[in-house]
Each structure stands twice: as structure tokens, then as C-alpha cells.
Ligand binder design. Structure first.
Ligand SMILES: O=P(O)(O)OC[C@H]1O[C@H](OP(=O)(O)OP(=O)(O)O)[C@H](O)[C@@H]1O
Ligand SMILES: Nc1ncnc2[nH]cnc12
Length: 197
């Protein structure tokens, strides 16, 4: 709780929009199972001004950085990723859960807070050397982001950054990461070291 409060203070100092974003995220205890504090972004989506603030912050950061593609992680990365991609003039690549993509895919499995899963990407979605931003709503253990990075790098992409709205306090470096809300090239390195990538 103390850590969360500190994160919010840091966020508010950096950009006045961040407090509204933080306030619009609901924490639901024991969902989807006992012991998980579920960070629910759906209340934020019901407030168009706050939703726009969240997208705008990412767009302001990534516009002009030569990003060729935004890769969104199913499912909640599909909420923010396409809006960011359109605004910065990049293509959007869905990283999907198994058996959803009809074409030839490459796959990466990973461990979650509450289970295991797998991400897949269409072969040919990215070309070697293209600059990619990975987008999701939240990083907890970093397992999902790490799988996404591995998937894209296997295809020869240059992963520029990973951008998420929420970094859980349990994710060790979260307090300082929050000061950038939620978008930092440092996540890529932390993510890698967290899972021995
Ligand atoms: O940092 P990690 O420990 O890997 O967890 C983060 C991931 O967990 C959530 O997705 P989830 O797997 O619940 O799938 P969903 O978006 O389909 O609900 C969240 O949207 C991230 O993708
Ligand atoms: N605590 C959490 N809240 C929402 N999504 C999550 N994904 C993994 N952990 C989560």
C-alpha cells in the first residue's frame, strides 16, 4: 500500500494526467483467484478523457522515434496498441494466444502469476531490422513481455521499448518506473534479467 501510494505521488509530479489515469484503475482483490490483486482497466475505458490521456502519453513519447510497428499483446494490449499505432503512423501486429492466428506462426511460451500461456505471431508480420514498440496494459512478473520480446527478436526485429500502463509494485523496480508512467526502455532490460532471458 505504501509502495503504491509512493508510485502515485511520483506519477503526479511528472504529469498531471497520470493521477487521473491511476485513479481510474480499479483493484479487485482475489480475482481471478485467491491472493491476486487484479488491476482492472475497464473503468478507465468508460472515461473517454482519461482513456485519451493514456493513449496520448504514449503517442507523445513514441511519435518521431522511427517506430515501424506496434506489437500488442492479447487481449488488453489490443485496447491501447492500435490507437497508438495509428497515431504514430506504424503498423499494428497482434501477438495472440494459441490457435487464434490462421497463418503460419512462431510461438513462445511463458509463466504467468496465475498459470502458463503462449504467444504467437504471424510469420512475415515483421521484417528484420524493423523497429518495434511492444504494448500491454500491465507488467507483473514480466513473463509475458519477455515472451513477446523473444518472439519479435527471433524474427529479427529491433525492440525499441515495452510500454505498459501499469507496473505492479511487486515488480521490483516499479516505484521508479512509475515516474515515467509506465513506459521505459529500462523495462526491457529488467524484464530480461527477471526471467534470465
Ligand atoms: O507480467 P506478467 O506476469 O506476464 O503478467 C502480465 C500479463 O497478464 C495479463 O494478461 P493475461 O495473461 O491475464 O491475459 P488477458 O489479457 O487475456 O486477460 C496482462 O494483460 C499482461 O498481458
Ligand atoms: N494483478 C494483475 N492484475 C491484472 N492483470 C494481471 N496480469 C497478471 N497479474 C495481473
Amino acid at each position: 500500500m505504501g509502495e503504491e501510494a509512493n508510485c502515485n505521488v511520483a506519477v503526479a509530479v511528472v504529469d498531471p494526467r497520470l493521477q487521473g489515469i491511476s485513479d481510474a484503475i480499479r483493484v479487485v482483490p482475489h480475482f481471478p483467484k485467491q491472493g491476486i490483486m487484479f488491476n482492472d482497466i475497464t473503468p478507465l475505458l468508460l472515461r473517454p478523457g482519461v482513456f485519451k490521456d493514456a493513449v496520448d502519453i504514449f503517442v507523445e513519447r513514441y511519435r518521431g522515434m522511427g517506430i515501424d510497428a506496434v506489437a500488442g499483446i492479447e487481449a488488453r494490449g489490443f485496447i491501447f496498441g492500435p490507437a497508438i499505432a495509428l497515431a504514430i503512423g506504424a503498423k499494428f501486429i497482434p501477438l495472440r494466444k494459441p490457435k487464434k492466428l490462421p497463418g503460419e506462426v512462431i510461438s513462445e511460451t511463458y509463466v504467468l502469476e496465475y498459470g502458463t500461456d503462449c504467444l504467437q505471431m504471424h510469420v512475415g508480420a515483421i521484417e528484420a531490422g524493423e523497429r518495434v514498440l511492444i504494448v500491454d496494459d500491465l507488467v507483473a512478473t514480466g513473463g509475458t513481455l519477455s515472451a513477446a520480446i523473444r518472439l519479435l527478436e527471433r524474427a529479427g526485429a529491433d525492440v525499441v521499448e515495452c510500454a505498459c500502463l501499469i507496473g505492479l509494485p511487486k515488480f521490483k523496480e516499479c516505484a521508479c518506473l512509475h515516474s515515467l508512467l509506465f513506459a521505459s526502455e529500462r523495462w526491457k532490460d529488467i524484464d530480461k534479467s527477471a526471467v534470465h532471458y
